[in-house]
Structure formats: C-alpha cells, structure tokens
Design a protein around this ligand. Sequence first.
Ligand code: HPA
Length: 276
Amino acid sequence: MQTVEEFHKMLNEAVDYIKSQIDFKPQIGIILGTGLGSLVDGIEMVGTVDYDKIPNFPVSTVESHAGRLLFGNLRGKPVVCMQGRFHFYEGYSFQQIAFPVRTMNALGIKTLIVSNAAGGMNPNFKAGDIMLIKDHINFFPGNPLIGPNDNNWGDRFPDMYEVYNKGYQQLAKDVALEQGLRIQEGIYVGLTGPCLETAAEYRMLRGFGADAVGMSTVPEAITAHHQHNKILGFSIITDMGLPDNMHPCSLDDVIGNAEATEPKLRELIAGCVEKM
Ligand code: HPA
C-alpha cells in the first residue's frame, strides 16, 4: 500500500509529463467505455498523450480500448477524454484504477462524465437503450479509498449523498427530450467480471434493486466523488439479463449494441456538455 506521499510523487510525475506535452486546462473529464470510443469524433482536438508514455499510468490491455488521453473542446468546453479505461478484471488494483481519475482532477477537471456498457435487468429495458445512472451499488470486493486518506482531496469517510449530480440528471433528461431521445434511468451495480452473470446472479442483483450491471464505473465514481467532482453517468444496455429468459451472449453482441447506440449517446453527452 502506497503512502499519501508516494502516491503524490507518482501523481506529480504523471501530471508534470502531461503538462510538458500539452498546455491545456480541461474542465470536464470523460471516461469512454466499451465500444464508445468514437464519442470523441465531435471534439475539436488539441492533442493526445498516450497512456504508455505517462509515468506511473496503467496501460490498457483490452483490445476494444485505445489507450490515450485526448484533450480538446467539445461544444466550446475544454475536456479531457480517457480513451480506454482500466478494469479490475484485467488485474489492476483499485489504486491503479483511481490514478487516471486523480490525474484528471490534478489537471483541473470539476466534472466527470462516465459511460459504460451494461447488462439490463429491468424488464422495461431493451438492448440498445441508454440508461441515465441515478445511483450505484458497489459490489466490487474493495474500494479505491482503502488506505491512507489525503484530507486535501476529500474526507476519510465521505458520505455518498448525490454521487451522481441531481442537476446533471435533470439536464440529461431535458437534453434527451429536446433531442427526441427516450432514455431510461436506474441503478448501476458494479462487480468484478469478467464472467457475465448466471441467471441466479441476475435475479439476486435485480432483487437488490439494480437495473443494470457492469464491470466498471463504480471505482472511478467513488474516486471522483471523494475529490468533489460532479458526476454524470450513462450506461448503454448492450444485452438483457432476465433470469427467466436467458440467451447466450457474445462479446460481439455487446460491442455491436454499444456501437449501434453510440451516436445517440454521443449527441446526448455533447448536448449536456454544451449546457454545463
Ligand atoms: N453483465 C456484466 N457486465 C456487462 C454485461 C452484463 O450482462 N453486459 C455488458 N457488460
């Protein structure tokens, strides 16, 4: 376990390197999930920094994820995008998953937008839906805040009141309505993967009150909330996990559905960013 000082030293090395490559102060961080990489198409790019060049940065291993920070302006707002994210199932620690979120904060972000691919468990959902994340359940076997706490970042025992900013939730609903886009809303439960769930597990998770399940987002959201970022989150429902109506589900289905829905989510996120 690193000390606060060690973590700061690593963070400073990463931030110093990024600042040596690019002179840009982002206000909004965006984490792009599976199959959502082309969300960046609407961004007037200022520059990119590859993860594998940044000191102490984890490096993405999943094929469907590029690995770089992309800086630019989206509808007039300075943003930094993580193209490629880090999952617990890849073998990263929660500290490693938190590192890019701390880095974006040190670069200046006040808002974090997270997106992911998720399995739908609410029977009113269907594959291809976009779900606004209202809240989450941490079903990971850990928490990125375990270990020494830096009181300059946030509280030792942060409350989890309004992790997903209510004003932004309303904004997303307003923008969706303007765009004629019907979106779902619900609770995201995050767990390790890499297996999808058994029918019995989907039934249990639904019983706990979750509407969608995935393998990311929760550690990043906890980190961002701890450092007082305002968070807006979306899931693309890529497959349905209905315990009484199970079908085989392939990675191609998941990525295919994520990519098919991505243009709508891209417009929705751009519309929200414009009004933030
Ligand atoms: N379960 C967990 N993670 C997922 C799923 C799922 O059904 N679909 C996409 N990511």
